[in-house]
Design a protein around this ligand. Structure first.
Ligand code: CAA
Length: 285
């Protein structure tokens, strides 16, 4: 297995919100990065997200313009899976769908050298089931970053049924090298964060839908009342309502009715109002 000292190039599958964020923090930590998505337009959008984020650091004098340019230059954008063949660690951050993830891991297993650890950024799906699509189940681990990746300190490490302890240690050391702190979760639905966060968000949506208070007052009550940075409706818009619904449905399927997604969450997703990323969710952006 390739250890931390062997890692020069990090592969990231997916250039969406999470994938581009992971590519950015890996490049900021000094790695060469290959960021792959299926369409060039998704890759280009990933670079736009990275440039916006880096501009914030430049504005605050935490990076110079030259350093920000170096970060962008360290990231190779591609639509080719074969471009990941020379990576020493790969982090998958594609959509939250088991069939999609298993198919990606099967392809990665054939393309990437057999001693390379393959991590997934899944937020709720089983690491063990994803790993079963490969011949290297011991080298598969959950590396669950939080959104927005460049600012959130925490990374959840998820240990699958067959994940080797050395792989968990590597994932921990890699995340620390990116300036993050980690905690470990067993491979159970939603792990630590989403198991607890999604019911909170769904209860906020239900409280709004059932007329307990206005959406602003629900968010105000939770931010001022419990000192969290965002109330449940603002946070749902920030994460993306489609992501919240996928996560809630996985929890509901695995853990039963206490995790049933709020009706209004489904209605918003059906209407295409996914939160910040579409300009409208519970709020307008
Ligand atoms: N890149 C770089 N910097 C960023 C950034 C980005 N993408 N987004 C925000 N920032 C910086 C801003 O520049 C700003 O910096 P200063 O305070 O130094 O000026 C700081 O972060 C705060 O940003 P804003 O003033 O724009 O807005 P804010 O005060 O509302 O903070 C926030 C934004 C950091 C996102 C904060 O609201 C927050 O922490 N919210 C909670 C986020 C959260 O809970 N995320 C986890 C979601 S769960 C998840 O991700 C897991 C899952 O599977 C669903």
């Amino acid at each position: 297995m390739r250890g931390l000292d062997d890692i020069e190039t990090v592969g990231v599958v997916g250039a969406g919100t999470m994938g581009s964020g992971i590519a950015q923090v890996a490049a900021q930590a000094g790695y060469d990065v290959v960021m792959r998505d299926i369409e060039q337009e998704f890759v280009d959008k990933g670079f736009d997200t990275i440039e916006d984020s880096l501009a914030r650091f430049v504005k605050k004098d935490e990076l110079t313009e030259g350093e920000a340019d170096e970060v962008v230059d360290a990231i190779e954008g591609t639509t080719s899976l074969d471009a990941l063949a020379d990576c020493d660690l790969v982090v998958e951050a594609a959509s939250e769908n088991m069939e999609v993830k298993q198919s990606i891991f099967q392809d990665l297993d054939e393309t990437v050298p057999e001693d390379v650890v393959l991590a997934t950024n899944t937020s709720t799906l089983s690491i063990t089931t994803i790993a079963s699509a490969t011949e290297r189940e011991d080298l598969i681990v959950g590396l669950h970053f939080m959104n927005p990746v460049p600012v959130m300190k925490g990374v959840e490490l998820v240990v699958g049924e067959k994940t080797d302890q050395a792989v968990v240690d590597l994932a921990h050391d890699f995340a620390e090298g990116l300036g993050k702190e980690t905690w470990e979760s067993d491979d159970k639905p939603g792990f630590v964060t989403n198991r607890i966060l999604m019911p909170w968000i769904n209860e906020g949506i239900r409280a709004f839908d059932e007329g307990v208070a206005s959406k602003d007052d629900i968010d105000k009550g939770m931010t001022l009342g419990t000192n969290v940075p965002m109330g449940p409706l603002t946070l749902a818009d920030h994460i993306g309502l489609d992501i919240c619904l996928d996560a809630s449905e996985t929890l509901h399927d695995e853990l039963g009715d206490r995790y049933k997604p709020a009706y209004l969450l489904k209605r918003k997703v059906d209407a295409g109002d996914l939160g910040k990323k579409t300009g409208r969710g519970f709020y307008e952006y």
